[in-house]
Design a protein around this ligand. Structure first.
Ligand code: TYM
Length: 342
């Protein structure tokens, strides 16, 4: 690992959403295209994270491969030796480092994780798995094995990123210079040219995150949605009765969310999008503009998806996994040695 690493992963279960695309995929693909000569780019499928909550295991294998295709359809180049695409479960050091880090992690700090607390309150402590409980430790291992410096994720993952820094620093304090913590969250935003973390909201309930685990998906745009059906979701998005387009997340969460989505789809700043629509009193016209962009985006994306070459993807997975095993093993060995296992 001679070059600094930028790394991200997206869990393989269900189809991915517009939130996943803009929060996780697009930032790293931009980096892959613009900076792959300066950085090593690791894009991986955290398949061990896919069943921390119950899933249909007969579909998992297909979903893993589908995820790889999604990255490629989004523009991940496969022919660049600085860009790697791999499956977490094919690099066993992820699991091994997790166990070690588990033994240096407090029950209390895991119990404080928002995602764990949310799920526990939804389905009850007895039905939450230990896997969901220590999920952030596996995520820390994913990052620390490669000494990743930058980790583009949506706002919902920042607590896990902070934990990754904490556990790395804790290990370093106890055992000397062992692991490289990723940059602090504020530095990450700066690097990716953002002032804050991204959180695309649900179209029906704009006070909650757009989430792929939403059963009904009426407020969720999935990357596999029929473009016209997705346009309908936008047209029936919850707004308000103020009849004035403005970016105000507190009082107009629905309109503000649509403004963010539109600016991301057009690839222009939020300020410019707000300037264009501020003061409009016909929400229908504004929503139509967003719906049209969604149709264009999904049509193009799905065309690219249909054109993906599975043989190339399989070959890339195999080659990357071979190399990642070597890189990850070197870090794992350092840790095993430091704690007295080797
Ligand atoms: P996951 O699979 O839940 O989500 C994948 C990525 O999408 C982002 N995201 C969003 N961004 C903006 N608005 C939203 N509504 C929205 N919903 C999801 C997430 O923040 C994430 O970036 N734990 C991770 C996967 C993971 C990982 C890692 C990521 C495992 N190991 C190591 C980075 C580094 C997760 O479950 O993301």
């Amino acid at each position: 690992m001679t070059k600094p690493v930028i790394l991200t992963g997206l869990r393989a279960n269900n189809d991915l959403t517009l939130g996943n695309y803009f929060g996780g995929i697009l930032p790293i693909i931009k980096m892959a295209k613009d900076y792959s000569s300066e950085f090593q780019i690791n894009m991986f499928i955290p398949d061990l994270h896919s069943f921390t909550t119950p899933i249909d295991h007969t579909k998992l294998q297909a979903q893993i491969l589908h995820n790889a295709r999604l990255f490629v359809a989004a523009g991940l180049p496969l022919d660049n030796p600085n860009i790697h695409l791999y499956r977490q479960s094919h690099v066993s050091a992820h699991s091994e480092l997790t166990w070690i880090l588990d033994c240096f992690t407090g029950m209390g700090e895991m119990a404080r994780m928002t995602q764990f607390k949310d799920k526990t309150s939804q389905i009850g402590e007895d039905r939450v798995s230990i896997g969901l409980f220590n999920y952030p430790v596996l995520m820390a291992a994913d990052i620390l094995l490669y000494g990743a410096r930058y980790v583009p994720v949506g706002e919902d993952q920042t607590q896990h990123l902070e934990f990754t820094r904490d556990i790395a620093e804790r290990m370093n304090k106890k055992f000397g210079n062992l692991l490289t913590p990723p940059e602090p969250v504020a530095k990450q935003y700066e690097f990716f040219g953002k002032s804050k973390g991204l959180r695309i909201m649900d179209l029906v309930d704009p006070t909650k995150k757009m989430s792929k685990s939403d059963e009904q998906g009426r407020g969720v745009i999935f990357l596999g949605d029929d473009p016209q059906a997705a346009a309908k979701k936008v047209m029936s998005a919850t707004t308000d009765d103020l009849a004035y387009v403005r970016y105000d997340k507190t009082n107009q969460p629905g309109i503000s969310n649509l403004l963010e989505i539109l600016s991301l789809l057009r690839g222009i700043s939020l300020e410019d999008t707000v300037k264009e629509f501020e003061g409009h009193n016909k929400y229908g016209d504004f929503k139509r503009a967003v719906a049209d962009e969604v149709v264009i985006f999904l049509t193009n994306f799905q065309k690219a998806l249909a054109e993906c070459d599975d043989r190339l993807i399989s070959a890339k997975l195999k080659a990357s996994e071979e190399l990642m095993r070597q890189q990850a093993q070197a870090t794992l060995y350092r840790v095993q040695k430091a704690i007295g296992l080797r």
